[in-house]
Design a protein around this ligand. Structure first.
Ligand code: DQA
Length: 148
């Protein structure tokens, strides 16, 4: 069974309370629960990880490279600032999909830059919790374990 690590960055642990008009009322637990159900239907194995710390996220990406077939990554604000997370994505031999609940390209100017998009195999943004599900669908297709 293909195994995917779902990694969430800072402030995503407080989804549901955090700017709900923007990010919705679902908690990260709700989103992960629905994703787990979809993964079951698709025959994929998932593990979930969240941290508010940059280095811890770097280590989670390394782990995805060693122990998983790929990763779905919402690095949250680190998307727009972190060369270390970009380098981690480049360093591992597995595909990483960048996801966002909102569409950062349609928001503040400083969110238009993503350090990760050029390192990821693709980006899914703007579809709320569905962004994660769309990324998972890609992983469910045959192959999809080595970087393109
Ligand atoms: C986000 C978008 C980022 O710009 C923001 O800093 C977040 C969440 C999203 O999922 O829409 O924390 O990654």
């Amino acid at each position: 069974m293909k195994r995917i690590l779902v990694i969430n960055g800072p402030n995503l642990d407080i989804l549901g309370q955090r700017e709900p008009e923007l990010y919705g009322r679902e908690t990260l637990g709700d989103i992960n629960g629905n994703l787990e159900a979809l993964a079951g239907r698709l025959g994929l194995g998932l593990e979930f990880f969240q941290s508010n710390h940059e280095g811890t996220l770097v280590e989670a990406i390394h782990r995805a490279g060693r122990e998983f077939d790929g990763a779905i990554l919402n690095a949250a604000a680190y998307t727009h600032t972190s060369l270390a997370i970009r380098d981690a994505v480049l360093a591992i031999p597995r595909p990483v999909i960048e996801v966002h609940l909102t569409n950062p390209a349609a928001r503040d100017g400083f969110r238009k830059t993503s350090y990760l998009s050029g390192a990821a195999v693709g980006v899914v943004a703007g579809f709320g919790p569905r962004s994660y599900e769309l990324a998972l669908l890609w992983f469910s297709e045959p192959g999809r374990v080595a970087k393109a």
